[in-house]
Design a protein. Structure first.
Length: 196
């Protein structure tokens, strides 16, 4: 039986979460050389960055993507403006966003202001405007609707400028940099994700 492979990667900004080509956009194949049957579990938007798991283990894929198995994903979000407690409280309670033309109430989340989180420089950097400050928020979700974090921060009046997925359960980016890859054993990844 073919062995399973497990990797964690830092997907760079403006890279598609797939190995197949699509127009002239960069894909994971431009940065990562893995076995042909290894694919990302879930996705990050083209303009988002951060932690992705790659594997050929269909059971792991199912457990992470099936909504019945709720698991925590933490995002570091740089927003336009100085976010306030009112907006943080709304994010925590859940907000109404539009998903495929229908209104959807997000599940309660964890949200907190982050003071100067340690993050890699982005290339290209966000557009700097000296008269409008930015702030960072840490948001932990147990669901993953399309562009959910961006829609949530926009719903409370603070559009997302930069979005980094920092962790999935107990797997964190730590000191990883965009384009880096780390191989994990089956026992290690299952322990970090499911405490098994």
């Amino acid at each position: 039986m073919k062995p399973f492979n497990y990797y964690i990667i830092y997907k760079p900004f403006q890279v598609l979460s797939q190995f197949s080509k699509e127009g002239d956009k960069k894909t994971l194949a431009d940065f990562f050389d893995v076995e042909k049957d290894v694919y990302p579990v879930g996705r990050l938007d083209f303009d988002s960055e951060g932690l992705l798991i790659l594997t050929n283990d269909k059971q792991l894929n199912h457990r992470l993507l099936n909504p019945n198995f709720r698991h925590k994903r933490e995002y570091y979000v740089q927003v336009d403006g100085t976010i306030n407690n009112d907006a943080i409280n709304k994010l925590q309670q859940g907000v109404t966003i539009n998903i495929d033309g229908k209104l959807y109430n997000t599940k309660p989340a964890t949200a907190r202001v982050l003071d100067n989180p340690i993050v890699c420089e982005r290339n290209p950097p966000i557009r700097f405007r000296k008269d409008i400050p930015t702030s960072w928020v840490g948001i932990i979700l147990t669901e993953g609707k399309n562009r959910q974090v961006r829609k949530m921060t926009a719903a409370v009046g603070f559009p997302t400028l930069r979005l980094i997925r920092n962790s999935i359960e107990n797997i964190c980016l730590d000191a990883m940099k965009p384009g880096e890859i780390i191989s994990l054993s089956k026992s290690s990844i299952y322990k970090k994700l499911f405490n098994e």
